[in-house]
Design a binder for this molecule. Sequence first.
Ligand code: TEU
Ligand code: CA
Length: 560
Amino acid sequence: METRDSNWWKESVVYQIYPRSFQDSNGDGVGDLRGIINRLGYLKDLGINVIWLCPVYDSPNDDNGYDIRDFYKIQDEFGSMEDMLELITQAEAYGIRMIMDLVANHTSDEHAWFMESRSSKESPKRDWYIWKPGNEGQEPTNWESNFGGSAWEYDEISQEYYLHCFSKKQPDLNWENPEVRQSIFSMMDWWIDRGIAGFRIDAITFIKKNQQFPHLKSEDDRRYVPLAEACLNQSGILDFLHEMKQEVLEPRNVMTVAEAPGVPIEQIHEYVDEQNGVFNMIFQFDHVDLDAKPMAKGIYHPWKLTEFKHALSKWQIETANKGWMALFMENHDHVRSVSKFGNDGIYHKESAKMLAAYYFLMRGTPFIYQGQEIGMTNYFMASIEEYRDIESLNYHRNETALGRPEADILNYLAIRSRDQGRTPMQWSSEPMAGFTDGEPWIHVNPNYSSINVEEELQDGNSILHFYRELIKLRRDNKALIYGDYHEIYVDSNELGGYVRTYGKECWTVICNFTDQTIPLTDPLEGYVVLSNINNHDDGLLKPYEALICKGEKNADAAAI
Ligand code: TEU
Ligand code: CA
């Protein structure tokens, strides 16, 4: 019988693939399924055992596949259903399970359900989406879409407005309608029958809307107010999620990781409690969004290291006895972590490895986003022409209309745009980084000639090798998976770290987040098992140095 601590998804390391940017196999400049199949050996050698595949379903690509036209079809640019099934089978042969993105808050406006829904007010599928008449010639409410502008779009055909939390080509499904829920659940079953091991569940905290459809109070003179207050983690959402659990997740025993912005820490147990929660784990965004508050205004907000550490450790503490976290530093919606939290200049290598050591050995399942394992960086796109992401393009248009100077907008996008994480995977120093033989759909970061897989495979000291070692270390030491977590250096704005204790074992991770040498006031517990530099000096941490030490638990271990 499986015991609580033998859940495979806890012992796994997940690798996230954004298929458009991973590997092109046919020279059209767009990554594809065949490209992924060709790289399975690389992933196996890295040591990961789960792939989270971002959407590959048929889509007009308004939001790069997060606008699904047909859940049961693979988008032509990525390949065929046969390729998908082959990917699942081949990955399995390498000991890798696949989880797919489940996008169930909305569909594409080109989905057959929506076409039918918009065809007339009397359509049997009318109520599958959220339709409202105008309010004295204006939108039904003043809600602002997550991608900017009104969250309502007027439809000429049926002369009402429909709601879209994201782009106007992503109409929101009406989860109040039981037929909608059933259709989503049977689609999930269908994919599980194809051999996938679970789901990363997209934007799930948006599925319930405040049924009063209130007008939101504005703090400034902007016309629209971010819709979170009425559409994010609304009361009643858990009823829908428990139904999903009962209908699909529990009977099929699949791995689930939910993208769950807006869940307050006090509520985490309702989401991930082992018995009564609904998902195995969630993604929270406090640490990656520190620089973007308030989100609505899109203005850079400075942050301190103590805030960054707290944004991670508070979830560790809250889930200490029950529940589990998804650990991550990057994904396809965020910028590159070495550029944001490390130093992508002279300490590129050291700081990328330090960040890896810092998050990877916390209590939870680590996720690696493609390219993170080689230390891919942001790069400054000098013109809006280089951007592809709908959120960034909308942002640029709306802010320009409000009179914001072009340079300001570009500076903001350089540190927040989702495209920073979407430049092609850097495989080699060949033209186009070995990603494609053709013209890539988005610019390759010019630093590919020095930062690439081929080079790092040859260098035993590379970031890539450090990730391999971390993965192996975690796999071989249960303490690093199941051990208790205790934060150290809580108030330091230079150092960060924690202790993991398990039986007699006691592991310490200590990281220097600065480009200065910092004296260590407390003696190290035990001996150094892994470090990101070759010449550790006792009593000091060099710039961006990280130490992973193993010792024996003693009475004052908790006091360091
Ligand atoms: O993102 C939804 C979402 O909630 C994020 O924008 C989140 O708020 C943000 O990362 C916190 O900083 C998901 C997908 O990941 C994204 O790519 C899609 O565009 C979006 O859903 C719509 O499907
Ligand atoms: Ca291709």
